[in-house]
Each structure stands twice: as C-alpha cells, then as structure tokens.
Design a protein around this ligand. Structure first.
Ligand code: PSU
Ligand code: MN
Length: 302
C-alpha cells in the first residue's frame, strides 16, 4: 500500500536524516514550470544539507515516498493530478489515479514510512468566515494526531490566523516560532498574533519533538519559520491583494478544496508574479531549516 524508494528506505534503516516534502504545493500551489524547478531545487537543498529528500505523492493509485525526477515532472504538469487530502486518499488509491498530497496526507504517509520531519510552504487552517462555512482544513486535525514535525512559514492571511492558532491550542499542537515571537503569515514575517513558544536553534526544536513523543503525546510539532526579510512582502502591501482575491473567489462561487488553489493562483496574478518569488524563497528557507532540524533530531536519537 506504500512504496518507499530504495534510497529513502536505506536512509531510514540506518537512522540517517530524511526530510519529507509535499506535492500539492507542486501540482496546485504554483504554475508550471516554476513548480517543477522549485521541487528539484528543494530536493537538492535537502541533499546539500546532508539529508535525504522524500517527496510524497500518489502515482497510479500507489502512495509513494521518494520520487524520481520524471515523476516530479508528471506532478508539475499533468492536469489530471488530483489534490489529495486525507478524505480523498482512499478513493484516489482505489481508482488508480495520480494525486498530489496536502500537508495532512503527506504527514500521514511520512509517518507511516517512519519519517519525522516534513517541510512545506504554508499550512491550511481555519478559513475566514468558518464560523458559518465550517471550512477548516484537515491539516489541523492531522497535526493533532500524527507525530511529525512540520516546518512552514505559517498560514496566509487568506485564512483567519487568530482562530487557526486557537484551534491548534485546543488540539494540543505546540506551535514554535523559529527565531520569532510573532506567528508569520507566509508572505510576511508578521501577523499581529504572538506565537505561544519560541526556539532559536534546531536543537531546541528537536528536544521538544523528543519530549512530546516520549511523554506519549502523539501529534505534530509545528515550526513556524518566517520568510527571510529580503524576500517578504509586508502585511500592509499584501492586505488589499488578499481582500481582492477573496472577493473574486466569492464572486466566482469557488468553495471547498478548490478555494486554496484558486486564491494562490489569483494572488500570483494580482501581484504580477511577486508572490510566487516570495513563495519560492520561503520554501527554500524552510527546506534549509527543516534539513538542519532532521540532522539535529537524528543526532539526538540514540
Ligand atoms: N498554502 C500554500 N500553498 C499550498 C497549500 C497551502 O501556501 O500549496 C496547500 C497545502 O497542501 C495545504 C493545502 O495542505 O493547500 C490546504 O488545503 P485545504 O485548505 O483544502 O485543506
Ligand atoms: Mn477546506
């Protein structure tokens, strides 16, 4: 039911650091061909940092951990690739399709394979207006139950950041600001919302992972890593774009799983591609921090 590449399997068997990477960000998060260039570059960054990359997706109905270069190309360019969150996973497997896994389903498959560190761009969360739409990403449920550290640049302000952090508290998920006291909002380093805890080194984060799981507390450790200063789009600059994208989604009647990809695409258009550069920069940064974390965690496990 789960095919792990030889390289990833060997690394896991010898306790070498492995970093899981998601695929919705490739298929539904960025336009072709920048998406496949980003996917390849991030895998290389993980290797340069001393770990083994494991990009995760479903290909022809088979959940896969560790992909070949031509498989990244399929995910980036084939329009039949389905966005697969936890709900969608059994159906995509049963019907033999290609699927790009979200944070939630990537976490689950990574944990099944024995991987403890996962790098992404941004998390799903509580959508604005969720108090009536009930649109809350399955990423949050998964963070509550699957024991993987997730390195992200926070959540976009297309979501309700305050409520997202409230739900993460309810679900018992530690949210660690990496070198920051403020929860980052993806394109921007700030959000106006404080993080509940802070770490300035990957060793502290690795120790928190070990402590959480040693206490029998299953579930994720969420590492909120702000975009580098030189790549950020300040909150004030992003605000109007996000309002406009949300209004356009509303007018176009976009709902459910299509909302996040629609908004991401619209924001790229509205910023003339500037948001895409920021998005790629923050993923690179997350890959560097996540790789250092995987190295630190592997070094602490005896
Ligand atoms: N945020 C981004 N880029 C993305 C996503 C979120 O900046 O590609 C994707 C991730 O895969 C995330 C998913 O897990 O969107 C959340 O979708 P939903 O809200 O439908 O659960
Ligand atoms: Mn949703």
């Amino acid at each position: 039911m789960l095919a792990v590449s030889d390289e990833v399997r060997d690394a896991l068997e010898t306790g070498a650091p492995v970093v899981a990477l998601e695929s919705t960000i490739i298929s539904h998060g960025m336009p072709y061909p920048r998406n496949v260039a980003m996917a390849r570059e991030v895998e290389q960054l993980v290797r340069d940092g001393g770990a083994i990359p494991a990009t995760i997706a479903v290909l022809g109905g088979l959940p896969r951990v560790g992909l070949a270069d031509d498989e990244l190309e399929i995910l980036a360019s084939d329009p039949s690739v389905v966005k697969v969150s936890i709900r969608d996973l059994p159906y995509v497997v049963a019907t033999g399709r290609h699927g790009a896994t979200t944070v939630a389903s990537t976490m689950r498959l990574a944990a099944l394979a024995g991987i403890r560190v996962f790098v992404t761009g941004g998390l799903g969360g509580v959508h604005r207006g969720a108090e009536s739409s009930m649109d809350i990403s399955a990423d949050l449920t998964e963070l509550s139950q699957t024991s993987v550290a997730v390195v992200s640049a926070g959540v976009k302000s297309i979501l309700d950041i305050g409520r997202t952090l409230e739900v993460l508290e309810t679900l018992g998920v530690p949210v660690i600001g990496f070198g920051t006291d403020e929860f980052p909002s993806f394109f921007s380093r700030s959000s106006g919302v404080a993080v509940p805890m802070r770490a300035d080194t990957v060793e502290e984060v690795a120790a928190t992972m070990r402590a959480k799981w040693a206490l029998g507390l299953s579930g994720a450790v969420c590492v909120a890593n702000p975009v580098p200063v030189e790549d950020e789009i300040p909150v004030a600059e992003m605000a109007a774009t996000i309002e406009r994208a949300l209004a356009d989604a509303d007018a176009a009647g976009v709902v459910g799983k299509d909302i996040t990809p629609y908004l991401l695409g619209r924001i790229v258009e509205l910023t003339d591609g500037a948001s895409l550069e920021t998005n790629i920069a923050l993923v690179r940064h997350n890959a560097r921090v996540g790789t250092a974390l995987a190295m630190a965690y592997a070094a602490q496990v005896v």
